[in-house]
Design a protein around this ligand. Sequence first.
Ligand code: ATP
Ligand code: MG
Length: 570
Amino acid sequence: MLSSATMETTTPPAPERSDFIREIVTTDLREGTHESIVTRFPPEPNGYLHIGHAKSICLNFGIAEEFGGRCHLRFDDTNPVKEEQEFIDSIEADVRWLGFDWGEHLYFASDYFEQLYAWAVHLIEAGKAYVDDLSADEIREYRGTLTEPGRESPWRDRSVAENLDLFARMRAGEFPNGARVLRAKIDMASPNINFRDPVMYRILHAVHPRTGDAWCIYPSYDFAHGQSDAIEHITHSICTLEFQDHRPLYDWFIENLPVPSRPRQYEFARLNLTHTVLSKRILLRLVSEGHVRGWDDPRMPTLSALRRRGFPAEGIRDFAAMIGVARADSVVEVEMLEHAVRDVLNREAQRRFAILKPLKVVIENYPEGEVEYVEVQNNPEDPSAGTRPVAFSRELWIERDDFMEDPPKKFFRLAPGREVRLRSAYFVTCTEVVKDDAGEIVELRCTYDPDTRGGSAPDGRRPKATLHWLSVAHAVPVEVRLYDHLFASEYPGADGRDLFDDLNPDSEIVLRDSFVEPSLAEFASGETVQFERLGYFCPDVDSSPGAPVFNRTLTLKDTWAKLQKQGRHD
Ligand code: ATP
Ligand code: MG
């Protein structure tokens, strides 16, 4: 049987959740370390936001909301080679769509370039930064390894005056890309490689989306990030675990510069999802190599894609609450995200009839040319959603999978001689199977019982199956795109496999002779509905007048609930 529309799901967790970061914030407020808190979400505009970013957004904006503080949106736009206005625009749209608002607190690291430059000069003057002429390869080679200390650059002991002069000339554009860098002068023997004279500035003759060609030197992430936080008086600078080893460096800059505030960094485990890749570098390759339709292809894990696929923002926020925030790395089953989304859709999505793979049924005892309208419930979970009239006539479409000529024992749907209920309409009985010359079933002949109008019989008999259906004359032809995981493997690229070999060849199946109710024409793009017994679907942006396209958001089967029952989760 296809799954029932009203699936039992677990209730979402209480909003008063806590985690180690919220505990720190609570303590800081209670002890007066901070009067109010300021967080930020700091994306680099070099791609579209993905579901992993949603975890960070929900955390940073969520904490600000819960504790009466504020959260900034700050673009870490320090690498003009990879950054684009398109990405800035999409990031803003995605954060808003997720349901968060930065108010007037929209910032760009590039707004701080002049200040960062002044602070770099400050470190040079203090003998704590120097211009290095080693090439990038040499710098890497001199840096040493985890087990061996690094070596000092021959340019490390330049005079302050010479460093100031060279740095000014770097800014003035006198040198080509890669000719020189500015480095912090810390400790080439430090066990923390981030302390081995990290690069603060590099020469990059590139046009920046915001500052144009005003600059040809750009600060490194390590030099820009903490100081940007300090300028904005960020109290809790929350980031993912890979920056843990950068924290001492971050603190070193803060201690050695006349910054207006001292943010503290806290790290949490990034989101990993089964069947999913969340690296922007790989996502960019999927797009540029044509494995998907674009950044917003419904199979991508980007927020634009999930929106296009019909995932409601609320489902994503619920998912973020369910997974919580911890310091231990883990992989979350993608089924859990789907479960959170289904939970919202089951509650809110209107039901409609659609036939994905049609089979014609002719009701022989129904008058030719007659049409009647039966009332069908819009959402059994929400009686206030009302009903709608659906046209019934002599020629109907049913789902091809709902008929079997020679049914096995557990198949209760239509079969020769068997009676089933057509939802909210009548009981029908199959009397004849019509085949073409090749032996393919092309049509069913049925009779209906006029006394069963509305879907119940006066004698109380109840067919074992209820099917959805459409009137042939009224059905609207549509294209339907069935989506499944982009990566067939639970852990794409694991065990030394090429990630791209793990792509699921059936991640998109396009059906071109499906039908929907005419009432679906009124659904604004983006609104997700349940095609009864089939799944959740939403109109795609590729729809044009007279040629609607629907995406399958999700099937009805809640595999996460099943995994839980099998004891794979506590
Ligand atoms: P990628 O590694 O895919 O390029 P990124 O971390 O470099 O992504 P940023 O734009 O720098 O991308 O990320 C902005 C913020 O989102 C950072 O604070 C980062 O820690 C956080 N973030 C990125 N990926 C995840 C994830 N998978 N889970 C949680 N937070 C994440
Ligand atoms: Mg990053």
